[in-house]
Design a protein around this ligand. Structure first.
Ligand code: ZN
Ligand code: ZN
Length: 554
Protein backbone atom coordinates (compact mmCIF):
# COMPACT_ATOMS: atom_id res chain seq x y z
CA UNK A 1 0.00 0.00 0.00
CA UNK A 2 1.49 3.34 -1.07
CA UNK A 3 0.94 6.38 1.13
CA UNK A 4 1.67 9.77 -0.40
CA UNK A 5 2.59 12.69 1.87
CA UNK A 6 1.84 15.60 -0.38
CA UNK A 7 2.85 19.25 -0.47
CA UNK A 8 5.31 19.37 2.48
CA UNK A 9 8.54 21.41 2.58
CA UNK A 10 11.32 18.86 2.74
CA UNK A 11 14.62 19.30 4.55
CA UNK A 12 16.74 16.33 3.51
CA UNK A 13 20.39 17.42 3.58
CA UNK A 14 21.80 13.98 2.77
CA UNK A 15 20.08 14.21 -0.62
CA UNK A 16 20.67 17.94 -1.17
CA UNK A 17 17.04 18.91 -0.59
CA UNK A 18 16.76 22.27 1.20
CA UNK A 19 13.20 23.32 1.89
CA UNK A 20 11.70 22.38 -1.49
CA UNK A 21 8.05 21.35 -1.78
CA UNK A 22 8.02 17.67 -2.67
CA UNK A 23 5.80 14.62 -2.26
CA UNK A 24 7.09 11.69 -0.27
CA UNK A 25 5.86 8.14 -0.95
CA UNK A 26 5.94 5.33 1.59
CA UNK A 27 5.48 1.63 0.94
CA UNK A 28 6.13 -1.28 3.30
CA UNK A 29 7.94 0.83 5.89
CA UNK A 30 10.31 2.34 3.32
CA UNK A 31 10.44 5.54 1.34
CA UNK A 32 9.99 4.67 -2.35
CA UNK A 33 10.49 6.54 -5.61
CA UNK A 34 7.41 8.51 -6.64
CA UNK A 35 5.32 6.08 -8.74
CA UNK A 36 3.74 9.00 -10.62
CA UNK A 37 0.84 11.37 -10.17
CA UNK A 38 -2.32 9.89 -8.75
CA UNK A 39 -0.70 6.53 -8.05
CA UNK A 40 -1.18 6.15 -4.28
CA UNK A 41 -3.65 4.25 -2.12
CA UNK A 42 -3.76 7.00 0.48
CA UNK A 43 -2.81 10.70 0.37
CA UNK A 44 -2.03 12.83 3.41
CA UNK A 45 -2.01 16.61 3.03
CA UNK A 46 1.27 18.12 4.28
CA UNK A 47 0.86 21.65 2.89
CA UNK A 48 2.38 24.27 5.19
CA UNK A 49 4.32 21.57 7.02
CA UNK A 50 8.06 21.05 7.44
CA UNK A 51 9.17 17.47 6.79
CA UNK A 52 12.41 15.91 8.02
CA UNK A 53 13.72 12.41 8.70
CA UNK A 54 13.18 11.22 12.29
CA UNK A 55 15.56 12.78 14.83
CA UNK A 56 18.62 10.78 15.94
CA UNK A 57 20.29 11.38 19.30
CA UNK A 58 23.91 10.30 19.15
CA UNK A 59 24.59 10.47 22.91
CA UNK A 60 21.93 9.98 25.57
CA UNK A 61 22.15 7.91 28.74
CA UNK A 62 18.95 5.90 28.49
CA UNK A 63 19.87 2.41 29.70
CA UNK A 64 22.34 0.44 31.78
CA UNK A 65 23.41 0.26 35.40
CA UNK A 66 24.12 3.91 36.03
CA UNK A 67 20.73 5.02 34.70
CA UNK A 68 19.03 2.65 37.13
CA UNK A 69 21.17 3.88 39.99
CA UNK A 70 20.28 7.45 39.04
CA UNK A 71 16.57 6.55 39.20
CA UNK A 72 17.14 4.98 42.58
CA UNK A 73 18.99 8.03 43.86
CA UNK A 74 16.52 10.62 42.55
CA UNK A 75 13.34 9.69 44.39
CA UNK A 76 12.21 13.34 44.32
CA UNK A 77 12.29 13.16 40.52
CA UNK A 78 9.71 10.38 40.40
CA UNK A 79 6.91 12.90 40.26
CA UNK A 80 6.19 13.63 36.62
CA UNK A 81 6.21 17.41 36.43
CA UNK A 82 5.52 17.23 32.69
CA UNK A 83 2.23 15.38 33.23
CA UNK A 84 -1.05 17.11 34.07
CA UNK A 85 -1.44 15.30 37.40
CA UNK A 86 2.08 15.86 38.67
CA UNK A 87 1.17 15.47 42.29
CA UNK A 88 -0.36 12.05 41.66
CA UNK A 89 1.75 10.21 39.10
CA UNK A 90 4.89 8.50 40.38
CA UNK A 91 6.75 5.44 39.15
CA UNK A 92 7.32 5.38 35.41
CA UNK A 93 7.73 9.10 35.37
CA UNK A 94 10.53 11.47 36.26
CA UNK A 95 12.15 14.28 34.29
CA UNK A 96 15.90 13.70 34.56
CA UNK A 97 15.66 9.92 34.74
CA UNK A 98 12.38 8.83 33.18
CA UNK A 99 11.57 5.11 33.06
CA UNK A 100 12.43 3.17 29.93
CA UNK A 101 8.81 3.42 28.71
CA UNK A 102 8.54 7.14 29.28
CA UNK A 103 11.92 7.67 27.61
CA UNK A 104 10.63 6.12 24.39
CA UNK A 105 7.31 7.97 24.53
CA UNK A 106 8.98 11.34 25.10
CA UNK A 107 11.50 10.91 22.30
CA UNK A 108 8.72 9.93 19.90
CA UNK A 109 6.50 12.79 21.05
CA UNK A 110 9.39 15.15 20.22
CA UNK A 111 9.91 13.71 16.71
CA UNK A 112 12.92 11.49 17.46
CA UNK A 113 13.17 7.94 16.15
CA UNK A 114 16.54 6.83 17.59
CA UNK A 115 18.73 7.38 20.67
CA UNK A 116 22.14 5.86 21.33
CA UNK A 117 23.33 4.87 24.81
CA UNK A 118 26.96 5.94 24.91
CA UNK A 119 28.40 4.18 27.95
CA UNK A 120 27.89 0.44 28.24
CA UNK A 121 30.34 -1.23 30.62
CA UNK A 122 31.18 -4.60 28.98
CA UNK A 123 30.11 -6.65 31.99
CA UNK A 124 26.73 -4.84 31.94
CA UNK A 125 26.04 -5.51 28.26
CA UNK A 126 23.30 -8.06 28.92
CA UNK A 127 21.19 -5.84 31.16
CA UNK A 128 21.85 -2.78 28.98
CA UNK A 129 20.42 -4.53 25.93
CA UNK A 130 17.43 -5.86 27.86
CA UNK A 131 16.69 -2.36 29.10
CA UNK A 132 17.11 -0.84 25.65
CA UNK A 133 14.68 -3.43 24.34
CA UNK A 134 12.24 -1.95 26.84
CA UNK A 135 12.42 1.53 25.24
CA UNK A 136 9.31 1.64 23.06
CA UNK A 137 9.11 3.01 19.51
CA UNK A 138 12.65 4.35 19.00
CA UNK A 139 15.69 2.61 17.54
CA UNK A 140 18.77 2.26 19.71
CA UNK A 141 22.30 1.05 19.93
CA UNK A 142 25.22 1.42 22.28
CA UNK A 143 28.94 2.11 22.48
CA UNK A 144 30.97 -0.25 24.63
CA UNK A 145 33.36 1.39 27.10
CA UNK A 146 37.01 0.42 26.71
CA UNK A 147 40.22 2.06 27.86
CA UNK A 148 40.04 1.32 31.58
CA UNK A 149 39.53 -2.42 31.16
CA UNK A 150 42.30 -4.53 32.59
CA UNK A 151 42.67 -6.69 29.50
CA UNK A 152 43.33 -3.77 27.13
CA UNK A 153 45.59 -1.91 29.56
CA UNK A 154 47.56 -5.13 29.97
CA UNK A 155 47.86 -5.59 26.18
CA UNK A 156 49.18 -2.03 25.91
CA UNK A 157 51.53 -2.46 28.89
CA UNK A 158 53.04 -5.53 27.26
CA UNK A 159 53.50 -3.71 23.94
CA UNK A 160 51.06 -5.94 22.03
CA UNK A 161 50.86 -5.48 18.27
CA UNK A 162 48.07 -3.29 16.89
CA UNK A 163 46.61 -6.38 15.18
CA UNK A 164 45.96 -8.04 18.61
CA UNK A 165 44.35 -4.87 19.91
CA UNK A 166 42.11 -4.79 16.84
CA UNK A 167 41.11 -8.43 17.46
CA UNK A 168 40.22 -7.67 21.06
CA UNK A 169 38.17 -4.58 20.14
CA UNK A 170 36.31 -6.49 17.42
CA UNK A 171 35.68 -9.46 19.73
CA UNK A 172 34.36 -7.15 22.44
CA UNK A 173 32.06 -5.28 20.04
CA UNK A 174 30.63 -8.56 18.86
CA UNK A 175 30.33 -10.05 22.36
CA UNK A 176 28.48 -6.99 23.67
CA UNK A 177 26.46 -6.23 20.47
CA UNK A 178 27.88 -2.72 20.21
CA UNK A 179 27.61 -0.11 17.46
CA UNK A 180 30.71 1.79 18.55
CA UNK A 181 33.41 2.11 21.20
CA UNK A 182 33.64 4.82 23.81
CA UNK A 183 36.54 5.63 26.07
CA UNK A 184 35.83 7.54 29.27
CA UNK A 185 38.69 9.34 31.01
CA UNK A 186 41.07 6.81 29.38
CA UNK A 187 43.19 5.23 32.10
CA UNK A 188 41.68 7.56 34.71
CA UNK A 189 39.06 5.15 36.04
CA UNK A 190 41.75 2.53 36.53
CA UNK A 191 44.04 5.12 38.17
CA UNK A 192 41.20 6.13 40.53
CA UNK A 193 41.18 2.57 41.88
CA UNK A 194 44.82 3.11 42.83
CA UNK A 195 43.87 6.30 44.70
CA UNK A 196 44.89 8.77 42.00
CA UNK A 197 42.63 11.83 41.88
CA UNK A 198 43.71 13.14 38.48
CA UNK A 199 45.40 11.80 35.34
CA UNK A 200 46.98 13.88 32.59
CA UNK A 201 47.06 12.66 29.00
CA UNK A 202 50.79 11.92 29.25
CA UNK A 203 50.55 10.68 32.82
CA UNK A 204 50.78 7.04 33.74
CA UNK A 205 48.13 4.58 34.94
CA UNK A 206 49.70 3.38 38.21
CA UNK A 207 49.45 -0.37 37.83
CA UNK A 208 50.02 -0.69 34.09
CA UNK A 209 52.31 2.26 33.37
CA UNK A 210 50.30 3.19 30.30
CA UNK A 211 49.53 6.80 29.29
CA UNK A 212 46.03 7.91 28.23
CA UNK A 213 47.57 9.14 24.97
CA UNK A 214 48.54 5.55 24.14
CA UNK A 215 44.98 4.33 24.82
CA UNK A 216 43.59 6.96 22.43
CA UNK A 217 46.18 6.13 19.75
CA UNK A 218 45.49 2.40 19.96
CA UNK A 219 41.68 2.65 19.94
CA UNK A 220 41.30 5.32 17.23
CA UNK A 221 43.59 3.27 15.03
CA UNK A 222 41.82 -0.02 15.84
CA UNK A 223 38.40 1.31 14.84
CA UNK A 224 39.78 2.82 11.65
CA UNK A 225 41.58 -0.38 10.68
CA UNK A 226 38.53 -2.50 11.53
CA UNK A 227 36.39 -0.24 9.32
CA UNK A 228 33.91 0.54 12.12
CA UNK A 229 31.91 3.52 10.80
CA UNK A 230 31.71 5.40 14.12
CA UNK A 231 35.10 6.75 15.21
CA UNK A 232 36.32 6.36 18.77
CA UNK A 233 33.84 8.21 21.00
CA UNK A 234 36.02 10.03 23.54
CA UNK A 235 35.13 11.50 26.91
CA UNK A 236 38.47 13.21 27.54
CA UNK A 237 40.53 13.21 30.72
CA UNK A 238 40.00 16.10 33.17
CA UNK A 239 36.25 16.55 32.70
CA UNK A 240 35.06 19.77 34.34
CA UNK A 241 38.53 20.90 35.44
CA UNK A 242 39.40 24.59 34.75
CA UNK A 243 42.15 24.67 32.12
CA UNK A 244 41.16 21.31 30.63
CA UNK A 245 41.19 22.79 27.10
CA UNK A 246 44.88 21.80 26.92
CA UNK A 247 43.95 18.15 27.56
CA UNK A 248 41.17 18.32 24.96
CA UNK A 249 43.48 19.77 22.29
CA UNK A 250 46.14 17.17 23.18
CA UNK A 251 43.50 14.45 22.73
CA UNK A 252 42.86 15.66 19.17
CA UNK A 253 46.61 15.48 18.54
CA UNK A 254 46.76 11.97 20.05
CA UNK A 255 44.40 10.69 17.34
CA UNK A 256 47.19 11.41 14.83
CA UNK A 257 44.74 12.18 12.05
CA UNK A 258 42.53 9.11 12.57
CA UNK A 259 38.82 9.91 12.93
CA UNK A 260 37.88 10.83 16.51
CA UNK A 261 34.61 11.95 18.08
CA UNK A 262 34.88 14.11 21.20
CA UNK A 263 31.77 13.96 23.31
CA UNK A 264 30.13 16.55 25.60
CA UNK A 265 32.92 19.01 24.77
CA UNK A 266 31.22 21.79 26.71
CA UNK A 267 32.59 20.08 29.84
CA UNK A 268 36.07 19.99 28.26
CA UNK A 269 36.45 23.57 26.94
CA UNK A 270 37.49 25.49 30.05
CA UNK A 271 40.30 27.99 30.55
CA UNK A 272 41.69 29.54 33.73
CA UNK A 273 41.50 33.25 32.94
CA UNK A 274 39.79 35.95 34.98
CA UNK A 275 39.37 36.64 38.71
CA UNK A 276 37.62 33.34 39.26
CA UNK A 277 40.18 31.33 37.25
CA UNK A 278 37.41 29.82 35.16
CA UNK A 279 36.88 30.97 31.57
CA UNK A 280 35.57 29.92 28.18
CA UNK A 281 37.96 28.17 25.82
CA UNK A 282 35.19 27.50 23.30
CA UNK A 283 36.89 29.61 20.62
CA UNK A 284 40.09 27.57 20.93
CA UNK A 285 38.26 24.27 20.60
CA UNK A 286 36.12 25.56 17.73
CA UNK A 287 39.28 26.62 15.90
CA UNK A 288 40.78 23.14 16.38
CA UNK A 289 37.60 21.44 15.15
CA UNK A 290 37.33 23.80 12.18
CA UNK A 291 40.90 23.02 11.13
CA UNK A 292 40.90 19.23 11.76
CA UNK A 293 38.42 17.48 9.43
CA UNK A 294 38.95 14.13 11.23
CA UNK A 295 37.27 15.56 14.37
CA UNK A 296 33.54 15.52 15.17
CA UNK A 297 31.97 16.64 18.44
CA UNK A 298 28.75 16.68 20.37
CA UNK A 299 28.22 19.57 22.73
CA UNK A 300 26.61 18.37 25.97
CA UNK A 301 24.83 21.71 26.45
CA UNK A 302 23.74 22.51 30.00
CA UNK A 303 20.30 24.01 30.58
CA UNK A 304 19.27 25.54 33.90
CA UNK A 305 17.31 23.41 36.32
CA UNK A 306 17.45 20.15 38.26
CA UNK A 307 19.09 17.08 36.79
CA UNK A 308 21.38 14.24 37.79
CA UNK A 309 24.80 13.58 36.28
CA UNK A 310 25.44 9.96 35.33
CA UNK A 311 28.88 9.05 34.10
CA UNK A 312 31.37 6.22 33.84
CA UNK A 313 34.00 8.69 35.03
CA UNK A 314 34.38 7.78 38.73
CA UNK A 315 37.33 10.15 39.06
CA UNK A 316 35.32 13.20 37.90
CA UNK A 317 32.19 12.18 39.76
CA UNK A 318 34.10 11.73 43.02
CA UNK A 319 35.38 15.30 42.52
CA UNK A 320 31.86 16.52 41.68
CA UNK A 321 30.34 15.15 44.90
CA UNK A 322 31.19 18.54 46.46
CA UNK A 323 28.51 20.13 44.23
CA UNK A 324 25.80 17.51 44.76
CA UNK A 325 22.32 19.07 44.97
CA UNK A 326 20.46 17.49 46.70
CA UNK A 327 23.44 16.36 48.77
CA UNK A 328 23.80 12.63 47.99
CA UNK A 329 25.85 10.68 45.49
CA UNK A 330 27.01 7.23 44.35
CA UNK A 331 30.40 6.19 43.01
CA UNK A 332 31.08 2.56 42.27
CA UNK A 333 33.56 0.22 40.66
CA UNK A 334 32.41 -2.49 38.26
CA UNK A 335 34.26 -5.74 37.58
CA UNK A 336 37.66 -5.21 35.95
CA UNK A 337 36.36 -2.97 33.24
CA UNK A 338 34.91 0.32 34.42
CA UNK A 339 33.01 2.32 36.98
CA UNK A 340 30.19 4.76 37.34
CA UNK A 341 29.15 7.75 39.38
CA UNK A 342 25.87 9.58 39.98
CA UNK A 343 25.71 13.12 41.35
CA UNK A 344 22.52 15.22 41.38
CA UNK A 345 23.06 18.74 39.99
CA UNK A 346 20.97 21.84 39.96
CA UNK A 347 22.33 24.24 37.33
CA UNK A 348 21.52 27.83 38.29
CA UNK A 349 21.65 30.88 36.04
CA UNK A 350 22.57 32.90 39.16
CA UNK A 351 25.74 30.82 39.61
CA UNK A 352 28.76 32.19 37.72
CA UNK A 353 30.22 28.81 36.77
CA UNK A 354 26.87 27.36 35.63
CA UNK A 355 26.05 30.53 33.70
CA UNK A 356 29.42 30.42 31.94
CA UNK A 357 28.98 26.71 31.15
CA UNK A 358 25.71 27.59 29.43
CA UNK A 359 27.43 30.24 27.30
CA UNK A 360 30.37 27.91 26.49
CA UNK A 361 28.07 25.27 25.04
CA UNK A 362 26.26 27.83 22.89
CA UNK A 363 29.56 29.37 21.75
CA UNK A 364 30.70 25.92 20.60
CA UNK A 365 27.52 25.37 18.57
CA UNK A 366 27.85 28.79 16.96
CA UNK A 367 31.62 28.94 16.36
CA UNK A 368 32.08 25.50 14.77
CA UNK A 369 31.34 26.10 11.12
CA UNK A 370 30.43 22.68 9.74
CA UNK A 371 27.05 21.40 11.01
CA UNK A 372 27.99 17.92 9.72
CA UNK A 373 30.59 17.71 12.50
CA UNK A 374 28.69 19.06 15.50
CA UNK A 375 25.81 17.21 17.14
CA UNK A 376 22.97 18.46 19.29
CA UNK A 377 23.15 16.87 22.74
CA UNK A 378 22.72 17.77 26.39
CA UNK A 379 24.50 14.54 27.33
CA UNK A 380 21.11 13.54 28.80
CA UNK A 381 20.73 13.70 31.75
CA UNK A 382 24.13 15.26 32.56
CA UNK A 383 23.67 18.76 31.09
CA UNK A 384 19.87 18.59 31.05
CA UNK A 385 17.13 16.07 30.22
CA UNK A 386 16.69 15.52 26.46
CA UNK A 387 13.28 17.17 26.74
CA UNK A 388 15.21 20.48 26.77
CA UNK A 389 16.10 20.09 23.06
CA UNK A 390 13.29 22.27 21.67
CA UNK A 391 14.41 25.22 23.79
CA UNK A 392 18.03 24.57 22.84
CA UNK A 393 17.06 24.57 19.15
CA UNK A 394 15.34 27.93 19.66
CA UNK A 395 18.50 29.32 21.29
CA UNK A 396 20.45 28.31 18.18
CA UNK A 397 17.90 29.55 15.63
CA UNK A 398 16.69 32.77 17.24
CA UNK A 399 19.27 35.42 18.15
CA UNK A 400 16.78 37.71 19.87
CA UNK A 401 15.62 34.90 22.14
CA UNK A 402 19.25 33.95 22.80
CA UNK A 403 20.28 37.48 23.72
CA UNK A 404 17.21 37.92 25.93
CA UNK A 405 18.15 34.70 27.74
CA UNK A 406 21.75 35.88 28.00
CA UNK A 407 20.51 39.04 29.71
CA UNK A 408 19.15 36.96 32.60
CA UNK A 409 22.27 35.07 33.64
CA UNK A 410 24.90 36.00 36.24
CA UNK A 411 26.18 39.50 35.31
CA UNK A 412 29.86 38.50 35.58
CA UNK A 413 29.29 35.70 33.09
CA UNK A 414 27.54 38.13 30.74
CA UNK A 415 30.59 40.38 30.90
CA UNK A 416 33.16 37.78 29.90
CA UNK A 417 31.29 35.85 27.20
CA UNK A 418 31.44 36.67 23.47
CA UNK A 419 28.04 35.02 22.97
CA UNK A 420 26.15 38.31 22.59
CA UNK A 421 28.35 39.32 19.66
CA UNK A 422 27.75 36.13 17.65
CA UNK A 423 25.18 36.80 14.93
CA UNK A 424 24.81 33.27 13.59
CA UNK A 425 21.35 31.70 13.57
CA UNK A 426 20.99 28.06 12.59
CA UNK A 427 18.68 27.37 9.65
CA UNK A 428 16.16 24.53 9.44
CA UNK A 429 18.52 22.90 6.93
CA UNK A 430 21.37 23.01 9.46
CA UNK A 431 19.12 21.65 12.23
CA UNK A 432 18.18 18.77 9.90
CA UNK A 433 21.89 18.09 9.32
CA UNK A 434 22.84 18.21 12.99
CA UNK A 435 19.93 16.11 14.29
CA UNK A 436 19.33 13.68 11.38
CA UNK A 437 21.67 13.44 8.41
CA UNK A 438 24.99 13.80 10.21
CA UNK A 439 24.26 11.42 13.12
CA UNK A 440 23.11 8.71 10.68
CA UNK A 441 26.21 9.21 8.57
CA UNK A 442 28.67 9.12 11.44
CA UNK A 443 27.06 6.01 12.93
CA UNK A 444 27.07 4.17 9.58
CA UNK A 445 23.26 3.92 9.37
CA UNK A 446 22.88 4.15 5.59
CA UNK A 447 19.09 3.79 5.56
CA UNK A 448 18.32 6.31 8.35
CA UNK A 449 18.54 10.07 8.70
CA UNK A 450 17.41 10.84 5.14
CA UNK A 451 14.33 10.79 2.92
CA UNK A 452 15.68 9.22 -0.28
CA UNK A 453 14.19 6.13 -1.93
CA UNK A 454 15.17 3.03 0.07
CA UNK A 455 15.44 4.82 3.41
CA UNK A 456 13.41 3.62 6.37
CA UNK A 457 10.23 5.70 6.55
CA UNK A 458 11.16 7.45 9.82
CA UNK A 459 9.60 10.85 9.14
CA UNK A 460 8.83 13.87 11.32
CA UNK A 461 6.25 16.45 10.21
CA UNK A 462 6.29 19.85 11.95
CA UNK A 463 3.97 22.81 11.79
CA UNK A 464 6.20 25.70 10.70
CA UNK A 465 6.22 28.07 13.65
CA UNK A 466 8.37 31.15 14.27
CA UNK A 467 8.59 29.98 17.88
CA UNK A 468 11.06 27.17 17.21
CA UNK A 469 10.75 25.76 20.73
CA UNK A 470 7.01 25.26 20.23
CA UNK A 471 7.61 23.86 16.74
CA UNK A 472 10.10 21.23 17.91
CA UNK A 473 8.23 20.27 21.12
CA UNK A 474 5.26 18.50 19.57
CA UNK A 475 5.40 17.72 15.83
CA UNK A 476 2.14 17.13 13.99
CA UNK A 477 3.10 13.61 12.94
CA UNK A 478 5.84 11.07 13.52
CA UNK A 479 6.13 8.00 11.31
CA UNK A 480 8.35 5.12 12.42
CA UNK A 481 9.11 2.54 9.72
CA UNK A 482 6.10 3.88 7.83
CA UNK A 483 3.54 3.68 10.65
CA UNK A 484 2.24 6.77 12.42
CA UNK A 485 3.38 6.55 16.05
CA UNK A 486 2.78 10.08 17.38
CA UNK A 487 0.39 12.92 16.54
CA UNK A 488 0.63 16.45 17.97
CA UNK A 489 3.24 15.18 20.41
CA UNK A 490 1.06 12.35 21.76
CA UNK A 491 1.89 8.69 21.23
CA UNK A 492 -0.68 6.81 19.10
CA UNK A 493 1.15 3.49 18.56
CA UNK A 494 4.00 1.70 20.34
CA UNK A 495 5.89 -0.63 18.01
CA UNK A 496 9.36 -1.87 18.97
CA UNK A 497 12.35 -0.19 17.40
CA UNK A 498 15.51 -1.89 16.19
CA UNK A 499 18.94 -2.28 17.78
CA UNK A 500 21.79 -1.21 15.49
CA UNK A 501 25.14 -3.02 15.65
CA UNK A 502 28.30 -3.51 13.61
CA UNK A 503 30.36 -6.69 13.66
CA UNK A 504 33.98 -6.25 12.59
CA UNK A 505 35.97 -9.43 11.87
CA UNK A 506 38.65 -10.76 14.19
CA UNK A 507 41.13 -13.59 14.53
CA UNK A 508 39.65 -16.15 16.95
CA UNK A 509 43.13 -16.68 18.42
CA UNK A 510 42.29 -13.79 20.78
CA UNK A 511 39.78 -16.04 22.60
CA UNK A 512 42.47 -18.17 24.24
CA UNK A 513 44.10 -15.40 26.33
CA UNK A 514 40.64 -13.94 26.95
CA UNK A 515 39.35 -17.20 28.39
CA UNK A 516 42.34 -17.36 30.72
CA UNK A 517 41.74 -13.76 31.78
CA UNK A 518 38.09 -14.51 32.57
CA UNK A 519 39.04 -17.67 34.51
CA UNK A 520 41.63 -15.78 36.55
CA UNK A 521 39.87 -12.48 37.24
CA UNK A 522 36.22 -12.16 36.29
CA UNK A 523 33.05 -13.16 38.16
CA UNK A 524 31.40 -14.22 34.90
CA UNK A 525 32.59 -17.24 32.91
CA UNK A 526 33.99 -16.58 29.45
CA UNK A 527 31.38 -18.91 27.96
CA UNK A 528 28.56 -16.85 29.49
CA UNK A 529 29.91 -13.40 28.72
CA UNK A 530 29.10 -12.96 25.02
CA UNK A 531 25.51 -12.21 24.04
CA UNK A 532 24.27 -14.92 21.70
CA UNK A 533 22.11 -14.40 18.66
CA UNK A 534 19.34 -16.55 20.15
CA UNK A 535 19.14 -14.84 23.52
CA UNK A 536 18.89 -11.44 21.83
CA UNK A 537 16.10 -12.78 19.62
CA UNK A 538 14.36 -14.34 22.64
CA UNK A 539 14.42 -10.94 24.32
CA UNK A 540 12.55 -9.49 21.34
CA UNK A 541 15.59 -7.57 20.10
CA UNK A 542 15.59 -6.98 16.32
CA UNK A 543 19.16 -6.46 15.22
CA UNK A 544 20.14 -4.34 12.25
CA UNK A 545 23.71 -5.28 11.40
CA UNK A 546 25.51 -2.52 9.50
CA UNK A 547 28.54 -3.19 7.33
CA UNK A 548 32.07 -2.16 8.18
CA UNK A 549 34.11 -0.35 5.55
CA UNK A 550 36.73 -2.44 3.79
CA UNK A 551 39.70 -2.96 6.12
CA UNK A 552 42.15 -0.09 6.24
CA UNK A 553 39.67 2.34 4.69
CA UNK A 554 39.92 5.96 5.77
ZN1 ZN B 1 30.93 10.92 29.17
ZN1 ZN C 1 27.59 11.03 28.37
Amino acid sequence: MITRLTGGRLFDPANGVNGEIRDLCIDGGRIVADPGRGKADQTVDMRGRVVMAGGIDIHSHVAGGKVNLARLLMTEDHRDVLAPHAALTRAGSGTATPSSFVTGYRYAGMGYTAAFEPAMVPSNARSTHLEMADLPIIDKGTYVMLGNDEFLLDLLARGAEQERINDYVAWMMRATAALGVKTVNPGGISAFKFNERGLEIDGSVPHHRVAPRRVIQALTRALSELGVPHPLHVHCNNLGVPGNIDTTLATIAAAEGFPIHLTHVQFHSYGTEGDRHFSSAAARLAEAVNSNPNVTIDVGQIMFGQTVTASGDTMAQYRNRAFASPDKWIVMDIECDGGCGLVPFRYRDTNFVNALQWTIGLELFLLINDPWRVFLTTDHPNGAPFTAYPTLIRLLMDRDFRNASLGEIHPAAQQVTTLGSIAREYTLHEIAIMTRAAPARILGLADRGHLGAGAAADITVYKDDADRARMFTAPDHLFKDGAEVARNGAVVATPNGRTHVVRPDYDRGIERPLKKFFDDHMTLRFEHFALSESELADAGIDLSVHPCRPRGGA
